[in-house]
Ligand binder design. Sequence first.
Ligand code: FES
Ligand code: FES
Length: 201
Amino acid sequence: MADRITFEATVNGQKVGPLDIPADLMLTELLHEYLGLTGTRVACGQGVCRACSVLIDDGVAGSAAALTPLPACVTGAAYASGKSIRTIEGMAGDDGQGNPVPSAIQQAFLDHFSFQCSFCTPGFVISAQALVERLERAPVPRDQVEDTVLAAMNENICRCTGYVRYLGAVRDVVLNTPGLTTGDPEPAVTAAAGPAAGGRG
Ligand code: FES
Ligand code: FES
């Protein structure tokens, strides 16, 4: 195997490369050290906590791969070469005039006070955004939202244990965004965000 490879990809909609990189470079190292995209966090570094999740579109039309978060700390940059990568830096919305605004998921995490230290937050944003985009393609019945959200966020670890507020925020976005669910829209569920909701020290 060659020691070095040429990396080219689309990252958050921008063409990147060609870059001459070590063949065994991990994607997090590429993002941090070559591209200056430091929003993707490295916590466990072993593919366990999902703080480092990114979305990689394999270019196959209709493929589910683009909406399956991958842990960038154990994903080789070589795997991502030639593909389209989305990171936390590409998750913001747009106000229609080219100015970034928080996405619905990001705003919900703020509204619910979902995070404390925030180290896990980029990974939670990526997983939740992937879920929203999957539901845009294939909505679920409202009575399955609870289980669907839990399954989608199940691999994300928060050392500050903010799970209740994270899951409540994602549930709110799913239930209150037209087109993500099927069935009777009533009652709209809003997760409690007060101190009694738990999940924060
Ligand atoms: S830092 Fe990549 S999975 Fe934990
Ligand atoms: S908010 Fe601190 S690890 Fe999740």
